[in-house]
Write a protein that binds this ligand. Structure first.
Ligand code: AMP
Length: 397
């Protein structure tokens, strides 16, 4: 599938038309009911403002949290409607339901440039089941469907894919940007291409390795997934996390990188802890001899230097997954060093969403990256070369 051939809001006449826009408003809500981080909403403003300027009648929809198919007001989109009203400088009314009388009534009264929001689509269990009748009901609210929720583009749900069966369907600017930047980085990377993979599990990242193996010049492995590779090499890994059933796969990957002449780096030293907790006793050890009872929780200082050196002079860097337990200061130094080296490399830097995005933001390097994806799972699937149902469902040019 050619992702870049999908129609966007710019390829369709939206003047005076009712447009259903699937956004990713799945924002964290604090104990006082306030939005703790508005980034996801802010990322969708470009599309919404474009639709306002072009006189569309705008019906926004999203999920928030996991209400498990029930109408649970703890997961109401009310705080989002409030924030949007303030940010857009116009009232954004919230329907009391998703596809019921309130949504129908409010949407029928929209004037060009008006914006409304329907309630959390996951108040209906039909949403995650991609139920055709529910998709039809959603579609009946509007004349055009715009998907701008990259974070849920890897899910085939009613509001992310099903609804596209019943309406002209295009993407918004956020999805367009994600597809263009990540698509270019994979299809025609400025060389050399360095891929850094971390996070907890090898199993999550296998697809990315195999998809990029013919293009990558240097593959760097850190984080929890590195210990499965070390085990495959016969190292003692103490109590570090390891996927026993992926050891053969790790061996296979190491054979492949050799065949393809890919530079392959795993940690040479490790910061280990006695227990999996922030203030545990810790020390630096050689990566091939982690003592019994100790677990690897971050890359060591020599590895930080080696990884940083490998990033110098690269053309494109794709980074998915922190190289240590970055949430705890004691084990964040490796991820910090990598973030710094990526920022200073001058390369096109693509940061996968989820934990990698949180790490880069938390450590203060967000504005020095070329692109931080808004979708953790979705960016992983994209880098794997998998089909994203929310994109596949959109109309081709
Ligand atoms: P993922 O969601 O697979 O990208 O994994 C991200 C998580 O991996 C983060 O919460 C990190 O704390 C965790 N992580 C990174 N390195 C390690 C490690 N050495 N041991 C255990 N967890 C790790």
């Amino acid at each position: 599938m050619n992702y870049l051939n999908k129609k966007s809001v710019k390829d369709i006449d939206i003047d005076n038309k009712k447009v259903l826009v699937r956004c990713d408003f799945n924002v964290p809500i604090d104990e006082n009911g306030n939005i703790a981080n508005t980034k996801r909403i802010d990322e969708s403003l470009e599309t919404i403002q474009y639709l306002i300027r072009h006189n569309a009648k705008i019906i926004l929809c999203s999920h928030l949290g996991r209400p498990k198919g029930e109408c649970n007001m703890n997961f109401s989109l009310a705080p989002v409607a409030k924030y949007l009203s303030k940010t857009l400088g116009k009232e954004v009314k919230l329907a009391e339901d998703v596809v019921g009388e309130s949504a129908k009534n409010l949407s029928s009264k929209l004037n060009p440039g008006d914006v409304m929001l329907i309630e959390n689509v996951r108040f209906h269990h039909e949403e995650e089941k991609n139920d055709p009748e529910f998709s039809k009901k959603l579609a009946s609210l509007a004349q055009i469907y715009v998907n701008d929720a990259f974070g849920t583009a890897h899910r085939a749900h009613a509001s992310t894919a099903g609804v596209a069966e019943y309406l002209p369907a295009v993407c918004g600017f956020l999805i367009k940007k994600e597809l263009t930047v990540m698509g270019n980085a994979i299809d025609e990377p400025k060389k050399p291409l360095v891929v850094i993979l971390g996070g907890s599990k090898v199993s999550d990242k296998i697809g990315v390795i195999y998809n990029l193996i013919d293009k990558v010049d240097t593959l760097i492995i850190g984080g929890g997934m590195a210990y499965t590779f070390m085990k495959a090499l016969g190292y003692s890994i103490g109590t570090s996390i390891c996927e026993q059933d992926k050891i053969n796969l790790a061996k296979d990957i190491m054979v492949k990188v050799k065949e393809k002449d890919v530079k392959f780096l795993i940690p040479v030293d490790i910061k280990v802890g006695l227990e999996y907790k922030p203030d545990t006793e810790s020390k630096i050890v050689e990566s091939d001899s982690i003592p019994e009872g100790w677990m690897g929780m971050d890359i060591g200082p020599r590895t930080q230097e080696i990884f940083s050196e490998a990033l110098k002079g690269s053309g494109t860097i794709i980074w998915q997954g922190p190289v240590g337990v970055f949430e705890w200061e004691e084990f964040a130094k490796g991820t910090l060093a990598v973030a710094k080296a990526v920022a200073e490399s001058g390369a096109i830097s693509i940061i996968g969403g989820g934990d990698s995005a949180s790490a880069v933001e938390k450590l203060g390097f967000a504005d020095r990256m070329t692109h931080i994806s808004t979708g953790g799972g979705a960016s992983l699937k994209f880098l794997e070369g998998a089909i994203l149902p929310g994109i596949a469902a959109l109309d081709d040019k």
